[in-house]
Structure formats: C-alpha cells, structure tokens
Design a protein around this ligand. Structure first.
Ligand code: ADP
Ligand code: ADP
Length: 225
C-alpha cells in the first residue's frame, strides 16, 4: 500500500526574477505503509519545501502528489485541506504548541476540529501522552515543560487525528544530543506502535541510521543513500 507518492516534483521560487531559485528539479519518492524514511539534506536544499508539498501545504509547479493512492493535483483547496487534516501529521523543529492551553488540550483541539467528541478526544490524548511517557504532564502548559517534553507533546498532537503519514522537519533539531536520542526513541515507539509512515528530515546521521531507509535531497533530486 502506497501512502505517499511524489512524481517529478519541480518547484521554482521567484520565477523570472533575478533571485529565481529552482529548488526541486524532478523529485520522485514512494513511501509505503509503515515505512520510516530519513530525509537528509544540507540546509537550503529544499527539505521544508518538499515536506510542505508532500503535506499539501504548498503546490509543486510540476509533478504529482498522491496521498493514499489519490492524486491531489486539480483538487479543490477544501478537499486538499480535508485530506491534510485527516491523513497527515506535521512536526517541526520548534513545537508551535498553543501556550495558553495545556499539553492535553493541545492534543484535544485538533480532534475537536475534526468532529471527535470531547470525551474520546481526552482519552486519546491521554493515551498518546502515556505512549511517550509524559501522561503526568497532561495538565501543564507548554511553558512549564522541558524542551524534550514540549516536542513529545508536539508528536502527540501530530498523531491526534490518526494520520497515515507523519512529516517531520528536524523534529529534535533544537534539543541537546542526549535529549534528542530519548525524544526520538519516544517518537519511533509511537510511530511503530501505530504502523504510521513517516518522512523525517534530520541532520543527525545516527538517528537516520535507525530508520528503514535514508534518502538524500541534493541538486533538487531525491536519491537513495
Ligand atoms: P531547507 O528546508 O532544506 O533548508 P527550504 O525548502 O526552506 O530548504 O528552502 C530551499 C531554498 O528555497 C532556499 O534557497 C530558500 O531560500 C528558498 N525558499 C524557500 N521558501 C521560499 C519562498 N517562500 N520564497 C522564495 N524562496 C524560498
Ligand atoms: P488550515 O486551517 O489552513 O486548513 P490546519 O490548521 O488544519 O490548516 O493545519 C493542518 C496542519 O498544517 C497543522 O499541523 C498545522 O500546524 C500545519 N500548517 C498549517 N498551515 C501551515 C503553514 N503555513 N506552514 C506550516 N504548517 C502549517
């Protein structure tokens, strides 16, 4: 089962201007169900652009994006938003949690937005927090959590609506190496437990080596590493 397929993705910024930059030049990628893939690239190579295109936050100039076997080109914004909300989870280098809400509420809110009942959303949120070892932090606001804990909550939020695909952009990039290892371990536990597919951009080759496969983004193309 193919969860994500990118074919011939091209992306140019500032087309026709002096600062035109051709970021993706025909990138191809197929992600199967349950596959965890490391995306390794130097800074500025176009990782974020690729992840945003894969997650339907941005559109390619050329090429096709398929999620769950469904082609996304030519679909309405409404349809793309609905696919994104139900099928894709995002994690960034910085947690982007809502500061005025508790850890649990940050995981519950996206579920409520998707029509899940409060009681069920709470139960799922607590289960997710438990899976990453911080159930006892449920009532804390992000400001009262450590960096590693904040990132664990961000993983739980990304999983809140049981996506099929997790897209992560340097998810442990702002943590010290030891915390990064532990937090990454928690993420992998959650991913493996749910059979999720994941595309995880990282500079950390040690972490990359723990994934099923490693691909490199270089010169606008994706290559097996
Ligand atoms: P990475 O995540 O690998 O660091 P990005 O995808 O963020 O790379 O950016 C790739 C290149 O595209 C960089 O040169 C960046 O400056 C440029 N770029 C990214 N987003 C935009 C944008 N919205 N407008 C113009 N240029 C952009
Ligand atoms: P929208 O309200 O625009 O339909 P959502 O709020 O449902 O989108 O966002 C879905 C996911 O996409 C969330 O994880 C959110 O953090 C992420 N997201 C939304 N807009 C952006 C953006 N411009 N850049 C990066 N991530 C985004």
């Amino acid at each position: 089962e193919v969860v994500l397929r990118l074919s011939g993705i091209e992306k140019v910024y500032n087309r026709g201007k002096p600062n035109q930059v051709s970021v993706l030049r025909g990138a191809d990628l197929t992600v199967g169900r349950g596959e965890v893939i490391a995306l390794v690239a130097p800074s500025g190579a176009g990782k974020s652009t690729l992840l945003h295109i894969a997650g339907l936050l941005d559109s390619p100039d050329k090429g096709t994006v398929e999620i769950g076997g469904e082609p996304m080109q030519g679909r309405s914004d409404r349809k793309r938003t609905s696919v994104r909300r139900s099928e894709v989870g995002f994690v960034y280098q910085f947690h982007h949690l809502l500061p005025e809400f508790t850890a649990l509420e940050n995981i519950v809110l996206p579920q409520l937005a998707n029509g899940v009942a409060r009681k069920d959303a709470d139960a799922r949120g607590l289960h997710l927090l438990d899976s990453v070892g911080i159930k006892d932090r449920a009532a804390h606001r992000p400001g009262a959590l450590s960096g590693g804990e904040q990132q664990r909550v961000a993983f739980c939020r990304a999983m809140a609506n049981t996506p099929k695909l997790l897209l992560a952009d340097e998810p442990t990039g702002n943590l010290d190496p030891e915390t990064s290892d532990r937090v990454f371990g928690a993420l992998m536990g959650l991913v493996r437990e749910t059979g999720l597919s994941a595309l995880i951009a990282t500079h950390n080759l040690e972490l990359a080596s723990q994934m099923d496969r490693c691909i490199r983004l270089d010169g606008g193309l994706l290559q097996a590493d």
